[in-house]
Design a protein around this ligand. Structure first.
Ligand SMILES: Cc1cc2nc3c(=O)[nH]c(=O)nc-3n(C[C@H](O)[C@H](O)[C@H](O)COP(=O)(O)O)c2cc1C
Length: 196
């Protein structure tokens, strides 16, 4: 990737929901992503997050079936058939380290976005999936009770390049796709988000 500044990296690291299955990610790259995440700040430096790497087709396909995609787009099947993510990282909170508190979701967000940027750096892309069947995921991955799955990262080689646009006059932040199937993500303006 040629993005060099944080600005360029964060602008290009969009959620992707269409993947090229001929170029899977593999364990080595997944491990690199977690190498980046494991040194992230966490509340009280507790480091309660543990990661399950999924790079085998069978588990990936079973896990995919437990995830929900693009809730705003009712009439579109995403990912399209044959364009599903090849790899996953399941982020788990280890309750043996500490209980889940208000800080836990902050830890998850910081680590998830770090993995997003690391994936982007290596030419991959992801979609964070909060809408997934947690119970079935824990069963599928044979997770011990102390590992609570909190966020699924669906990863692969991107086969689409979503575009940032401004929030329109109607104020809608809902992402949409045009007739060429380009995915647009409305973002609030700098004026709106800096309040003082
Ligand atoms: C915590 C979190 C949970 C999310 N869960 C889902 C999900 O379950 N399904 C999905 O398709 N996208 C999910 N997304 C992706 C968001 O829809 C996406 O970030 C948003 O539309 C903005 O697009 P962008 O990431 O390209 O900026 C999630 C994102 C975050 C940060």
């Amino acid at each position: 990737m040629t993005d060099s500044t944080v600005f360029e990296k964060t602008y290009s690291a969009r959620s992707v929901r269409v993947f090229d299955r001929s170029k899977p990610v593999g364990r080595e790259a997944l491990t690199y992503f977690v190498e980046c995440a494991r040194v992230c700040p966490t509340a009280a430096n507790l480091q309660p997050l543990k990661y399950v790497l999924v790079d085998d087709c069978k588990t990936a396909s079973s896990l995919f079936a437990l995830t929900k995609w693009a809730g705003y787009l009712k009439d579109v099947r995403l990912p399209p058939e044959g364009c599903e993510p090849t790899d996953f990282i399941v982020m788990c909170h280890d309750t043996d380290v500490c209980k889940i508190t208000d800080y836990s979701t902050m830890d998850v967000g910081i680590c998830a976005q770090t993995i997003n940027l690391a994936a982007r750096e290596k030419g991959f892309a992801l979609c964070m999936i909060g809408s997934f069947d947690k119970e079935e995921t824990a069963k599928l991955l044979s997770l011990p009770e102390n590992l609570v799955p909190v966020l699924v990262l669906a990863i692969g080689t991107p086969a689409e390049a979503p575009i940032i646009c401004s929030v329109g006059e109607n104020g809608s932040i809902k992402y949409f796709r045009d007739d060429r199937d380009l995915h647009f993500v409305p973002k609030r303006s700098i004026k709106e988000v800096i309040v003082k």
